[in-house]
Design a protein around this ligand. Structure first.
Ligand SMILES: [Zn+2]
Length: 355
């Protein structure tokens, strides 16, 4: 096995390495500028590298950084595939590598976007009032207190552990991470309207997938589950045709809606509306979720990040330590971690390209 390169240090480093690998692989490249800037005023964009015939019946989409910071892993997997496997891919299939769906979050080392919105809570039906989140409302002040000191952190963590003892872990996980629409500076906030990356995705897919008969989507994530283990998560119910197609294509697929996945059932993830992105096509969509550290450490990093952006100074002296904490929760710089992740990705993308 060719060893995978280390994870990039920054969004821009990841982006340039991806673009270089795509160019060397002979991909067609398109960049879609994001209106924001990174912490060093760097430019942000969604970059798309495409290989294969434009009129192919089957399109495979591989997406990184739906949750910004998770792009350190996703980008590395995309780049390494372009470097090592682009030449021997099946020729009749079109492959679209979408690099950094949420480039702002990637650059700022955040899971969320420029609006503190979790993109995978933003794809609800905005013609209806957003879902209520009674449990989150009760936890909001504990999760993101106005002060983030050793004392407040210890106190609120104790309070949170107390609620876990009272409600059980599953109810708390669902209450915290299921998505909420009433605390804009909280965690797992779904927003108040379709955000930039949401609108971009709908626009791009409506043109790029319009002739496809079959679409396979692989969305790359990190932060849930055992270290280095990639879990395949379907947003479809285990009794649906979409789930059945996924289970034929890949082994070990779990359904998010049936309670057997590492993920809670959530509102507004984009794979749940994947059918709408190519209504004429048969769409098979999967999230590939790699475990990093334990769930408490992940939530701690998100709380620190939310506090920094709501009440602190994201450009101040304390910010790099918070970003380092978030990065450590979503990407392990131990080379063994990406080496473990890589062969699992290769199996998943191979199955999609050869289906
Ligand atoms: Zn994610």
């Amino acid at each position: 096995m060719t060893s995978t390169a280390p994870l990039a240090a920054t969004y821009t480093e990841a982006r340039l390495a991806f673009l270089a690998a795509a160019e060397r692989a002979g991909a067609t490249l398109a960049s879609y500028p994001h209106p924001g800037r990174g912490p060093d005023a760097e430019e942000l964009a969604v970059d798309v590298a495409e290989l294969g015939p434009a009129d192919a019946d089957t399109v495979v989409m591989v997406v990184s950084a739906t949750h910004g910071v998770e792009g350190f892993c996703g980008s590395a997997l995309q780049r390494h595939w372009l470097q090592t496997h682009a030449a021997d891919r099946p020729r009749q299939t079109r492959l679209a590598m979408v690099h950094a769906l949420n480039p702002y979050g990637f650059a700022w080392v955040r899971r969320v976007n420029e609006d503190n919105v979790d993109l995978n809570r933003n794809f609800i039906d905005w013609h209806q009032p957003p879902p209520a989140s009674v449990d989150y409302d009760r936890l909001a002040d504990i999760l993101v207190p106005t002060e983030w000191t050793e004392e407040s952190r210890a106190r609120t963590t104790d309070e949170l552990l107390g609620v876990i003892a009272e409600w059980g872990f599953e109810r708390v996980q669902k209450g915290v991470s299921g998505g909420q629409y009433s605390h804009p500076s909280g965690i797992f906030y779904g927003g108040s309207e379709p955000v930039w990356s949401h609108r971009w995705l709908r626009g791009w897919t409506s043109a790029a997938l319009r002739r496809a008969k079959r679409v396979v989507i692989i969305d790359l994530h990190t932060g849930l589950g055992p270290w280095g283990h990639g879990e395949l998560i379907s947003s479809a119910s285990a009794t649906s045709p979409g789930f059945a197609r996924a289970a034929v294509m890949w082994s070990g697929v779990r359904s998010m809606t049936d309670g057997d996945s590492v993920s809670s059932q959530l509102a507004g993830d984009w794979l749940a509306i994947a059918d709408d992105l190519a209504p004429q096509a048969e769409v098979t969509a999967i999230a590939l979720e790699y475990g990093t550290v334990d769930a408490i450490s992940v939530v701690e990093s998100l709380r620190a990040d939310a506090h920094l952006h709501a009440f602190g100074d994201p450009t101040g002296a304390g910010a790099p330590a918070v970003r380092a904490m978030v990065r450590a929760a979503f990407a392990d710089d131990d080379p063994a971690w990406i080496e473990t992740a890589w062969p699992q990705f290769l199996v998943v993308i191979d199955a999609a390209l050869r289906a």
